[in-house]
Write a protein that binds this ligand. Structure first.
Ligand code: HPA
Length: 275
């Protein structure tokens, strides 16, 4: 039943365009501008896609945009789904299943998050090296369908090493500072307490956010290569002296989005040159 639902979503999308994406990009809060760099783009509102969840958060437009970057065809999600919106974890990851049936083999995930590592500064980009799921809920819970992937998928390289190395090289080429670290998932929608941030720091987290992990888990299960890029929009609670506001998260994310777009574009061009 789940497979058929996903397939229905995918078939609708395939009927809207001749383009066949090999790469998907999930654009986090305030990071939607990348689609402007896409050529021949087709915009498909989530509301038109059968069985697709609908975004509810400010800064998340709610469109699937398919187009070209260089000679690579990409599908960009302008807006994602979060557990704190009331979706279950499988729904949060739903678009990744759809991407798989579109033929996508590589997933780039982006997000806005809080910095825990004191060497970070708001506005920095961070390459996600690994993650910690602090939610205790997994997007793969439920009956397994072997057409998608195995019951017990491996997560030892959740963020593919070759893609990480390429991202570091691309950042270097562009003169963009790329921090590296471990992303911890917190449920939200409130920001964390200072004691929680101290606990996560002790657990080895460099950054904290409310997304990404459910989709990356599903992408690994589906056999995709994943690259994760975070924008550190603020220092986490207790590290910064000031109170958090979503408007500030959006402001810093959109200021950094030019850097992020340049990096993603370069990566896609490099991938294409290598393949
Ligand atoms: N915590 C959790 N999620 C976030 C933060 C934060 O400080 N900033 C942006 N997303």
């Amino acid at each position: 039943m789940f497979y058929e639902q996903v397939n229905q979503s995918a078939q609708y999308i395939l009927a809207q365009t001749q383009l066949r994406p090999g790469i998907a990009i999930i654009l986090g809060s305030g990071l939607g501008a990348l689609v402007e760099a896409m050529e021949e783009r087709v915009v498909i509102p989530y509301a038109d896609i059968p069985n697709f969840p609908q975004s509810t958060v400010e800064g998340h437009a709610g469109n699937l945009v398919i187009g070209r970057i260089g000679s690579e065809t990409v599908a960009a999600m302008q807006g994602r789904f979060h557990y704190y919106e009331g979706f279950d974890m499988r729904q949060v990851a739903y678009p990744v299943y759809v991407m798989k049936l579109l033929g996508v083999e590589r997933l780039i995930v982006t997000n806005a998050c809080g910095g825990i590592n004191r060497s970070f500064t708001p506005g920095d980009l961070m390459l996600i090296e690994d993650h910690i799921n602090l939610l205790g809920r997994n997007s793969l819970i439920g009956p397994n369908d072997e057409r998608f992937g195995p019951r017990f998928p491996d997560m030892s390289e959740a963020y593919a090493l070759p893609q990480r190395q390429r991202a570091l090289a691309a950042a270097d080429k562009l003169g963009i500072t790329l921090q590296r670290g471990v992303y911890a998932l917190f449920s939200g929608p409130c920001f964390e307490t200072a004691a929680e941030i101290r606990a996560y720091a002790a657990l080895g987290a460099d950054a904290v956010g409310m997304s990404t992990v459910p989709e990356v888990t599903a992408a690994n299960y589906l056999g995709m290569q994943v690259l994760g890029l975070s924008c550190i929009t603020n220092m986490a609670t207790g590290i910064a002296e000031k109170k958090h506001e979503h408007a500030e998260v959006l402001r810093v994310a959109s200021e950094s989005s030019a850097k992020l777009c340049a990096l993603v574009r370069q990566l896609i061009l490099d991938w294409h040159a290598e393949s």
